[in-house]
Write a protein that binds this ligand. Sequence first.
Ligand code: ATP
Ligand code: MG
Length: 404
Amino acid sequence: MYMDEIKIPEAAALIIERLNNAGREAYIVGGCVRDCLLGKAPKDWDITTSALPAEVKALFEHTYDTGIKHGTVTVLIKGESCEVTTYRIDGEYTDKRHPDSVIFTDKLEGDLARRDFTMNAVAYSPKTGFVDRFGGIGDIKSGIIRAVGEPAERFNEDALRMMRALRFSAQLGFEIEGKTFDAIAQNSALIKNVSPERIRDELFKLLLSPDPLKIYSLKQTGILDCVLPLLSALLEERHEEIKRCIGLVPPDIAKRLALLLYSRDKKSIEGFLRALRADNKTIKDIATLSGYMKIQNDFSPYGIRKIICDTSPAMAADIIDMQGILTDEDTSSYKNILKAVIDNGECCSMAELAVNGTDLKALGVADGRQLGELLKKCLDEVLKDPGKNNREYLIKEVCNICTH
Ligand code: ATP
Ligand code: MG
């Protein structure tokens, strides 16, 4: 796994070279170095430099002030973008989440020391090779998450780091080093200082990781009880089911959260998600999915058409999948039915019905409740037998009902 060289993409290499030619230091740093050492493709390439933001902006034609307050400038080059951040030391963190001030420095060491974990505090440049002041390479090789410096102090500065540690351990399969873990357990109440959005991002990343059961470590350390007591209670109440099922649920946030939350009523589920500032579509999907997970569904052709009518074809597929996971039954026949309904273009909505309100009014049906009920009746007949989605037939049916 260990390598002495990292293959840097052209854009990042050009940025480093140009900064070097201007007499400044520049390295790739953080997640990208860690991922390269693990043989994984990094999501993005972050550069750390001794150049001040104004110099970075002067050296490159296309830049954006992404996080200029924190010294970050996005440089666009060769169709790629890299975040270039000036070496910095963070000032005091009186609110336990934002440094009161950002102080730029010209020493790489200071910049590495402010980073959260040793595995995220390794820098590399083609010219200098690795700069590893805190034993990050060794920890990456051994699969260990260790705070840079005194763990309790670092969590007091920014309490989100505790959740980051647990999230990284779920994503990378790493162990949290003993002292670092103990400091999380001892300082878990500090998580109350962190914004719901940041908590949500870490929680969702953990749940989407290959090891979503690590959510139990989040509970074990006391973090969940502090900020997400409902989730903590559910993990206890439905421990067996969650343990058995969560790994079987595809890594989709609505589905994984639905598994955790579905046993509660709609209001509590929506309240929980709203407090986490989840987006409206996610909230709606989870509420819908949860509703169906509570009941034994009818997956006959009629039942499936009805579900599509009330939700959507994609949601019907998810509902079938989730029931399969919960009850451990073979759902292939339900999926075949769903596929046939979709492939045959069978009518599963009012919009696809062969008659509409205007047709019925032409027959003398008054606008209002009766009209709505008649249309619903027609749709239900068609959901039972798609062959009946025929204008003449349905008009005859309506006439029959009206004259009886
Ligand atoms: P990911 O693959 O999830 O993006 P990452 O390590 O790149 O992982 P980022 O959140 O993108 O994580 O942050 C980039 C780098 O900035 C980290 O590797 C770490 O060095 C530093 N960093 C990020 N957040 C913090 C924090 N809360 N405290 C200290 N250092 C941090
Ligand atoms: Mg990153």
